[in-house]
Design a protein around this ligand. Structure first.
Ligand SMILES: [Zn+2]
Ligand SMILES: [Zn+2]
Length: 251
């Protein structure tokens, strides 16, 4: 288990007392990947071959555009177009519209897939930035399970955290069976479920007070923790930081 590389950023993420330490990690990895992609790396042949092949997802086209370095992005897109056109030439030359079977015809709204549309979906779903993030993100999750079982200080950080967002909670539940054994598995399952429920209730109450606080009768009442309940409430559900300004190249 490679401890050092992932342990410190993971501990920092838990110390930040964010609504989800894994969203916190994900944001850092994403910003690193964007800076890397639009840094000098796009002039390197092996990196460009990957971006040519994978392209980017909707979310990351937007974030790359917002980052700055439009000329760099133009270089990346230009050769991605060339690769895509070549691939499509091959792919579309053999395309026939699929003939739907009896049942597909009955359910008219069912999309008719074919090897061509499968390949197109694969292209649409692939993203160089997402892949770069995923490679490291899994390592962080593995490190989390490792530290939970071996490091009491980290275990205390976990217990004092605000839990996870729903998306990363789901991912942890999926990984837990292969990462934990016996009583550690039971401990994690019971604790994380309890934390999830308590923290959803906490945010529900904070959003409730946000609504009440907007009533003129509560004008002089304290905000308590509700002033930013909305962005935190959205993060807890969807794993995104709606309040963040676009991430831009430092000048
Ligand atoms: Zn999260
Ligand atoms: Zn992406």
């Amino acid at each position: 288990m490679k401890d050092n590389l992932y342990t410190i950023p993971l501990t920092d993420a838990f110390t930040a007392h964010d609504e989800c330490p894994f969203c916190f990690i994900h944001r850092t990895l994403e910003q690193d990947a964007i800076s890397f992609t639009l840094g000098a790396s796009y002039m390197e042949d092996d990196i460009r071959a990957e971006t040519d092949h994978l392209g980017f997802c909707k979310d990351h086209y937007k974030k790359l555009y917002d980052y700055g370095n439009r000329l760099g992005l133009a270089f990346i897109l230009h050769t991605h177009y060339q690769k895509l056109e070549k691939d499509l030439d091959k792919l579309l030359s053999s395309t026939e519209l699929p003939s739907p079977g009896f049942f597909e015809r009955m359910k008219r709204s069912t999309p008719a897939s074919s090897p061509t549309t499968d390949s197109l979906h694969k292209q649409l779903d692939s993203c160089y930035i997402c892949e770069r993030i995923d490679r490291n993100f899994t390592r962080y999750m593995e490190t989390f399970f490792h530290l939970l079982q071996t490091n009491d200080e980290f275990k205390a950080l976990f217990l004092n955290s605000k839990g996870m967002c729903l998306e990363h909670f789901t991912m942890l539940l999926e990984m837990a069976p292969s990462q934990l054994k016996g009583e550690n598995k039971t401990f994690f399952l019971e604790t994380s479920k309890k934390m999830m429920k308590e923290n959803l209730k906490r945010i529900e109450d904070e959003i409730g007070w946000f609504i009440d606080k907007n009533d003129y009768r509560n004008a002089s009442a304290p905000w308590k923790n509700s002033q930013d309940a909305l962005p935190r409430g959205i993060q807890k559900l969807a794993g995104i930081y709606v309040q963040d300004e676009p991430f831009k190249k430092a000048h």
